[in-house]
Structures are given as C-alpha cells and as structure tokens.
Design a protein around this ligand. Structure first.
Ligand code: ACO
Length: 162
C-alpha cells in the first residue's frame, strides 16, 4: 500500500489514479454532481492524496491549498466501500496534514463535512467552531449548504506519519 500526492500533471499513472479516485468519490458521495467531482479532481489547483494498492486506488482526499492564506479546503474525502473503517481514512488524513504543513506551508484545513461524516472529521481533530480569522478564508471558499463547515489546525511540530 502506498500513499501518493498527485495533481493533474499529464503523467500517465497519475491520470489513471485520478480517474480511479474520481470514481470512488462519485460512488461514495452520491449527492455530489459527477461533473463537479471531475472538474475539481482534474483542476490543476487541486491536489489529491491517495492510497494505492497494486495500482488500484483505495481512497483519497482532494483539496485545494490556498498558499497565500496558508489554509487548505478539503473538497472530497472517501474510501472505497469494502475498505472503510479499517483505519485508512485516518492514515490518509495524517499524511495530508504532514504534506500540507511541510510541502505547502499550511496551518489549517477547512471543509464542508456531510452530516454523516462529522464523526469521522471530529476524530481527525476538526471542530465546528471556526477559529481561523474570517479575513483569511472569507471569499476564498464558496458557501455550500449541503454540509457543515469544520476546521482543523495543523500542529506545527507533531510528526503525523512514521
Ligand atoms: N461517522 C462517525 N465515525 C466514523 C465514520 C462516520 N461516518 N467513519 C469513520 N468513523 C470513525 C471510525 O469509527 C474510527 O473511529 P475510532 O478511531 O474510534 O475507531 C475513525 O472514524 C477513523 O476511521 P477510519 O477507519 O480511519 O475511517 P475510514 O477509513 O472508513 O474513512 C470515511 C472515513 C472517509 C468517512 C469513509 O468512511 C467514507 O468514505 N465514507 C463515505 C464517504 C463520506 O462520507 N465521505 C466524507 C464526505 S464529506 C467530504 O468529503 C468533505
């Protein structure tokens, strides 16, 4: 099992994995329009951290880093159905935090969580209280009434992966 962080950069393997991840999102997030999922997963300002086993994607998180604002917006997060609740979602999130901090220089994540995923995000350190100053994120992320805005502060020093 490997963890990769890729974006739409034209590399063959990356494109195959992004399509695999897009298919997992489409199945696991049935309320999201498929065209919207494709658009963001393939958008060059988004990145995807994903778990790949024998060249097959098991799950992933697609996010947009706002480098000047030092926060990232998680757009989609899902694990394929027969691999859920085995700890993969936690591994992904830990890897994402480490990558976002050490490569992108981010300090926070924001996401609109689905009602049924609030428990998962809570366990990953996300809260419904937004401590990040409005000026840093207002106007950057779009309002979306299908979910609950949640925030996570990335620890500046903690080793999130081993
Ligand atoms: N509600 C409450 N708790 C949950 C949920 C949930 N839906 N899913 C997992 N957990 C808990 C687990 O019980 C576990 O708790 P523990 O540490 O006390 O044992 C902890 O969260 C971590 O579990 P993992 O096994 O790491 O989670 P998993 O690999 O299943 O990934 C995920 C979680 C991504 C939510 C997955 O279940 C999934 O794909 N669900 C369907 C799609 C979905 O809802 N995605 C999020 C939508 S919101 C968005 O994309 C911005």
């Amino acid at each position: 099992l490997t963890i990769a962080c890729v974006r739409n950069d034209g590399i063959d393997d990356h494109m195959v994995w992004l399509i695999g991840l897009k298919n997992i999102f489409a199945r696991q997030l049935p309320n999201m329009p498929k065209e919207y999922i494709v658009r963001l997963v393939m958008d060059r300002s988004h990145k995807s951290v994903m778990l790949v086993r024998r060249n097959t994607v098991v799950g992933g998180i697609t996010y947009r880093p706002y480098l000047s604002q030092k926060f990232g917006e998680i757009a989609f997060c899902a694990i394929t159905s027969d691999e859920q609740v085995k700890g993969y979602g936690t591994r992904l999130m830990n890897h994402l935090k480490q990558h976002a901090r050490d490569v992108d220089g981010l300090t926070h994540f924001l996401t609109y969580a689905d009602n049924n995923a609030v428990g998962y995000f809570n366990k990953q350190g996300f809260t419904k209280e937004i401590y990040l100053e409005q000026e840093r994120w207002h106007g950057y992320i779009k309002d979306y009434d299908g979910g609950i805005l949640m925030e996570c502060k990335i620890d500046p020093k903690l080793p999130y992966t081993d």
